[in-house]
Ligand binder design. Sequence first.
Ligand code: AKG
Ligand code: FE2
Length: 208
Amino acid sequence: MRYMETTNKGHLINNPNKDTSAEYCRRTWKVGKELLKGISESLGLEANYIEDTMNLDSGWQMIAANMYPPCPQPELAMGIPPHSDHGLLNLLMQNGVSGLQVLHNGKWINVSSTVNCLLVFVSDHLEVVSNGKYKSVLHRAVVSNKATRMSLAVVIAPSLDTVVEPANELLDNQRNPAAYVGMKHTDYMQLQRSNRLNGKAVLDKVKI
Ligand SMILES: O=C(O)CCC(=O)C(=O)O
Ligand SMILES: [Fe+2]
């Protein structure tokens, strides 16, 4: 079961006064921006580079609550199929019940479900902006027959009309040519929503 709400710069659009979730959105937006400063610097760019070029002033945020009730035949079901997320970062909170797995060196690895901790996933747009220096995380959620699992995902993303493309400053025609073509965030999201979640298939469409 999945519940999603879009927010604008950390404010719930439909529900500006819904206190706890609105506050959570505002604070995670700030965390995301701070992380993106460090990530910009790690790429040798100005701290505000990603914030400025991705127009985070009018950035797009989505909060998604996932609930996976116990399943009598878990081996026959999948909570969320393998996919990577759109946007720059996904900040994920879990309820202590495991089920999340990431693909690492061709193997699905269980991620511990520590409570009161944010797991940070690199998402597709960060892979594009960094021209592949950061790779978006391929992940999935399996179900169990024991306990109900819950997770809360917050996507930190560029404004909808931003054309997301590799940072010019990271490119050099000889040694490091652009590995992705630019695409408007809104078109990227449209592509993702009009297809079933399928690994990194959407990202593959902008790969050169
Ligand atoms: O439930 C999880 O841990 C993963 C959820 C997820 O992949 C998502 O919300 O994008
Ligand atoms: Fe995801």
